[in-house]
Design a protein around this ligand. Structure first.
Ligand SMILES: Cc1cc2nc3c(=O)[nH]c(=O)nc-3n(C[C@H](O)[C@H](O)[C@H](O)COP(=O)(O)O)c2cc1C
Length: 191
C-alpha cells in the first residue's frame, strides 16, 4: 500500500490550493494507493519557539495539533506541501509546519529521508516561483526525492474555484500526482 498525504497550507477551506492538490491526489488513486488531504485551516500549528528540547527528547513540547500531522507525514510514502502565495511568500501556517517538522525530523535522525514529495503553489498573479522554492527547500533539506511534472507545480486563481479554469495548471497537478506514484513504486521495487 502506498500512502500519499497532501497538506493544504491555505487558511481558506475549499479554496484554490485545496482544489489544486486534490487534482494531484485524484491522479494518484488506484487499488494500492491511499490518499489523504489534510487542511491546516482547521488545525493549529504554532510557530517553532526555538526551545530546542526536541534535540534531547525527540518530541515537540508545544501543545497544539502538530503531533498527529507529523505522525501522518512520517507514515506517508509521499508528501505534498502546498500554499497560496501571500505577499509573495508561503503562508505562516505551512511555514510553521515546515520549521517544526524539519527540526523534529532531524532530531529523530531524519525520518523523511528518501520519501517522495513536492511543493504545489497557487496565486492570483505573482510570487509562485519564490513560494515554490520556499517549500522545495524543505524537501531538499530532508533528503527527500522530488519528481517533476509537465511544468512547475503552479496554478493561477483568485476567487474560490478560479483555479479550475487553469487547464495547464490542473494538467501539471495531474502529471505530478502520476509521477509521484511512479517514483514511489520504483523506489519500493528496488528496496
Ligand atoms: C493576505 C493575502 C495575500 C495575498 N498575496 C498575494 C500575492 O502576493 N500574489 C498573488 O498573486 N496573490 C496573492 N493573494 C491571492 C491568493 O494567492 C489567491 O487568492 C489564492 O487563490 C488563494 O488560495 P486559496 O483559495 O487556496 O486560499 C493573496 C491573498 C491574500 C488573502
Amino acid at each position: 500500500m502506498i500512502r500519499i498525504l497532501g497538506i493544504i497550507g491555505s487558511p481558506r477551506i475549499g479554496g484554490n490550493t485545496e482544489l489544486f492538490v486534490a487534482e494531484a491526489l485524484k491522479a494518484t488513486e488506484g487499488d494500492d494507493v491511499e490518499t489523504e488531504l489534510l487542511r491546516l485551516a482547521n488545525r493549529e500549528v504554532k510557530p517553532c519557539d526555538a526551545c530546542l528540547s526536541c534535540k534531547q527528547t525527540g518530541e515537540c513540547r508545544i501543545k497544539d495539533d502538530f503531533k498527529p500531522i507529523f505522525d501522518k507525514m512520517v507514515a506517508a510514502d509521499g508528501i505534498i506541501l502546498s500554499s497560496p502565495v501571500y505577499f509573495g511568500s508561503a503562508t505562516p501556517q505551512i511555514k510553521s509546519l515546515i520549521d517544526r517538522a524539519g527540526y523534529l525530523s532531524v532530531a529523530r535522525k531524519r525520518v523523511f529521508e528518501n520519501k517522495v514529495g513536492g511543493p504545489m503553489v497557487v496565486a492570483r498573479r505573482a510570487g509562485h516561483n519564490f513560494t515554490l522554492a520556499q517549500l522545495l527547500f524543505f524537501f531538499l533539506h530532508q533528503g527527500m526525492i522530488v519528481p517533476g511534472s509537465s511544468y512547475w507545480n503552479i496554478a493561477f486563481g483568485r476567487e474560490k474555484d478560479e483555479v479550475t479554469k487553469d487547464e495547464e495548471g490542473l494538467l501539471t497537478a495531474k502529471n505530478f500526482g502520476k509521477k509521484m506514484v511512479w517514483l514511489i513504486k520504483k523506489i519500493k521495487e528496488t528496496g
